[in-house]
Every structure is written in C-alpha cells, then in structure tokens.
Design a binder for this molecule. Structure first.
Ligand SMILES: Nc1ncnc2c1ncn2[C@@H]1O[C@H](COP(=O)(O)OP(=O)(O)OP(=O)(O)O)[C@@H](O)[C@H]1O
Length: 345
C-alpha cells in the first residue's frame, strides 16, 4: 500500500489477514450502527421463529464500514452456511448459474459490490431471488432453449457502495435495505479498544480517542491506524499508546487532526487553487489530482462532504468556506464562498 493510500477504506492484503481476526462474530459484539443492528436483529429473529429463510438484504454505504462483517454475522446468527462472491467475479450469467445451482437450503449468499455484476447475470438473479429458479440456457441462436432449474430457498445479502447504480428491479427485490453510515468517534473508540485487547496492545483512553478522531468514521481505517501507531509506540516509545504517541505517529503518516490524508488534501487543494473553489466536474477534478474518478468519488468525496468541506451540486463540486479555512487559505470574494451560498439557496 502506498503512503497516499494510508487511510484508504479499501482493504489491502495486510488488512485481510488481520481483519479476519478482528471481526466481531455475533450481532451483539458488533459495535455502533445501532439502527441497522436493531433492524437486522428483528428481521433475523422473526425469520428464525418462522423457520424460514429471511428476505433478501441489501447493505449500502461507503467501504470499510462492516458490510462483509455483517454478512458473516447474518449467516452465523441464522446458523446457515455462507457463500461469498462479488459483482466483478460474475462476468457472465453462467458464472452466477454455477453459484446459484450449488446453493444449499437456507444458505446465505453474499455478493459484494453487487452493482458491478454483468447485466445478463442481473436478470438471472431477479428470477432466482423471486422464484428460486434458474433458467439455464442450452444451445445458441434460434435453437436455444431455457431449462428451468429449481433452487432451494436462500438469502441473498448484497453489498454496494453505490446504491444509486443498482437498477430499480434489483433494488426492489430486496426486502430490507440497511443504510450504513460513518461511525461516531465514541463507537470507533470502542472498536479500537476491542482491537487493542485482541492484538495485546497497551493503550490509554486518550490514545484511543486520538486514533478515533483521525479514523474518518471507518472501522477498517481505525484498525489500520491502530496497527501503525502500535509500530511507532514499540519502536519510538515504550510500547504504550498515549495521546501524544498517537499524535506523533499519525502526523508522521500524514493523517491530519481531522483524518484527512494526502488524497483528500490534494483534492481540496486542486479544487481551491486550480479551480477557484469550483464548481468543477468530477472527472476534471480527478485528472487534476492524477486519480481515477471512482477513487475520488468513492474514497475521498463522501468523507469531505460529510466534513462539510465540499458540496456536490448539479453544476459540479464546490468548496465550502470551511475548506478554505481547513487549508489556511482566504476564500476569494467572488469565488466559492459566493457560489456556495447561491448553490445552497
Ligand atoms: N461494528 C464493528 N465493530 C467492530 N469491528 C468492525 C465493525 N465494523 C467493521 N469492523 C472491522 O472493520 C474491518 C472492515 O470491515 P468489513 O470488511 O466488514 O467492511 P466492508 O464494509 O465489508 O468493506 P468492503 O466493502 O471494503 O468489503 C473488519 O476487520 C472488522 O474487524
């Protein structure tokens, strides 16, 4: 992982190994997202009482908030096996047919990044979700025939960072949509304390709070920052994470007091200094920082919007007055400040 990606919410190889060890296994161990937890608990318990597979569930929200963890929890609360696949792995309808036709009764099928599945597979999924049937096409051209194959009732758990990209017929077939939001610092602090216990790291309360403040509301980032601060504490201090140790370590890794990293700052800087605060289109902004538009849109923007530093308007991205303050710059009188007021009206 490059240092620019230090606070990326996407998992890298190192994360994956450690994350498996840090994942909560049951719903009552899952910290934060109180509303989603309560809603899920109701859905699962009523399904268990009725002895039926629950409705299909969709989880939407930025990466690293615990969608995969929740899918695993759902399967374990139901006492059901779990099959994991993802949208990008399903390139053809046949890939999906292979998964669906081998599901066992009640199995939970987790499809991560479901918005990236191939279109023909999507249609197959509609039928499977609604009628528990797969139409296997045999032959080609005018002679092709669809052979219907019944499949056992299963529960689809879909995850997406881009709910808006899901076609309506797919979205409508989910009985429940869990909207995951960034975590409050107090919940992140609990997650960090739990992880520190599991990793056998010594840390005081203020140290945990400092990491939580800079973790962009995202458990994956909180756990990663904790590991880097632990390294620093072991090498440069006496092994204990205090507020001062956390601050020094995270400053070294260029994560600022609000959790902004290099990518966020370069997006802000480009918006302010190259485009006078906007409005500017996403792809123009992405080119200016040398990133893919999707990276800017999925990784940097949701957090910058949440922090009130930028706003999305129909005319493009604009900086708010807080963005100028964050970078210690004065907003030009005719630029973003004025535009922002106009856009807000
Ligand atoms: N509520 C939580 N309590 C404790 N730990 C959590 C919680 N949510 C997430 N985590 C931790 O954060 C890490 C990332 O979570 P997870 O992989 O489930 O995120 P995700 O939303 O599925 O991300 P992606 O969409 O990128 O796959 C996990 O290792 C888990 O330990």
């Amino acid at each position: 992982m490059s240092d620019e990606r230090f606070v990326s919410p996407m998992a890298d190889g190192d994360d994956k190994v450690i994350e498996a060890a840090l994942r909560p296994k049951r719903l009552d161990e899952f910290i934060g997202q109180a509303r989603v937890r309560e809603q899920l608990s109701l859905v699962l318990h009523s399904a268990l009482r009725r002895g039926r597979a629950p409705d299909h569930l969709l989880m939407s929200g930025p990466p690293g908030l615990g969608k995969t963890t929740l899918a695993m929890i759902i399967a374990s609360e139901l006492g059901a096996p779990l099959r994991i696949s993802s949208g990008p792995a399903i390139e053809r309808a046949g890939d999906l047919a292979a998964v669906l036709s081998t599901l066992s009764e009640g199995e939970v099928l987790f499809l991560d990044e479901i918005h990236r599945m191939a279109r023909p597979a999507e249609e197959m999924l509609y039928v499977a979700m609604e009628d528990f049937r797969v139409d296997v096409v045999v032959g080609k051209g005018p002679g092709a025939t669809a052979i219907p194959l019944d499949i056992p009732p299963f529960t689809l758990v879909g995850a997406t960072t881009r709910a808006g990209l899901l076609p309506a017929p797919l979205r409508d077939r989910f009985g429940f949509v869990a909207h995951m939001d960034f975590y409050e610092p107090a919940d992140l602090e609990k997650i960090i304390n739990r992880s520190a216990r599991l990793l056998d790291v010594e840390m005081d309360e203020a140290g945990a709070a400092e990491i939580a403040r800079r973790a962009r509301g995202t458990p994956r980032i909180a756990n990663r920052l904790l590991r880097r601060v632990r390294d620093y504490a072991e090498v440069r201090a006496d092994g204990v994470i205090t507020e001062e140790v956390a601050r020094q370590a995270l400053t070294l890794y260029e994560v600022d007091a609000d959790g902004l990293d290099r990518l966020d700052r370069s997006v802000l800087e480009a918006l302010l200094t190259k485009f006078g605060g906007g409005p500017v289109g996403l792809s123009t902004l992405a080119v200016a920082v040398g990133e893919e538009p999707e990276t800017v849109e999925v990784v940097a923007e949701p957090f910058l919007v949440r922090k009130g530093l930028i706003a999305r308007t129909p005319r493009g991205r604009i900086a708010t007055p807080a963005a100028w303050r964050h970078l210690g710059l004065a907003p030009p009188p005719t630029a973003a400040g004025t535009l922002f007021e106009v856009a807000e009206e």
